[in-house]
Design a protein around this ligand. Sequence first.
Ligand code: FMN
Length: 180
Amino acid sequence: MGMNNDLYELARKRRSVRRYGATRIDDEVIQEILKVALTAPTSFGHKPVEFVVVRNKEMTRKIGACKQMGGSQIYGADAVIVVMVKTDDKRQAEFWIEDGAIASAYILLAVEQYGLGACWVHIRNRMGQRGTSDQEIRALLGVPDSYTVLNLVAIGEKGETKRAYTDADLPTGNVHYERF
Ligand SMILES: Cc1cc2nc3c(=O)[nH]c(=O)nc-3n(C[C@H](O)[C@H](O)[C@H](O)COP(=O)(O)O)c2cc1C
């Protein structure tokens, strides 16, 4: 028997879920998930990551259409969290991808804690109908130019079952000690 590792027990169950059931998620659950994201480390502690929670179906569709390919996967999600980072300050901007990515990873884990499904949907360097996905999403949501959208996290009741990872699935050879 291994050591107690609560975070591993949670992390191994987290899988990308791309199909969702119709049950509505309580607003409070979404708030708790975002509380976790707000604890994520950020460069210089600047806390430059901001989130727009979209639950309106029509808006979800419009956001999905801002990604030429693969955007439609969010249509069935009960909530879409749009993750954006303040990029107008040079010092903050250097780490914007890291800052946004860490917060997003925290969201994915927090979602699993409530037995819900989620998937990271890539936005950076993707194209929409006329401009970049980032520009089009920001225009839809009224996000100022000082921010850049990194990704979306689609969340909903799990509509597909995926096997939790086990020790045997882990790429343990990726870990090196003392030397590569
Ligand atoms: C940076 C990043 C971008 C991703 N972009 C997408 C995406 O655009 N669409 C999608 O369906 N999944 C996306 N994923 C999810 C991965 O495909 C998924 O994590 C991977 O296949 C492993 O499966 P698992 O999450 O079930 O462990 C992304 C994941 C990461 C970390």
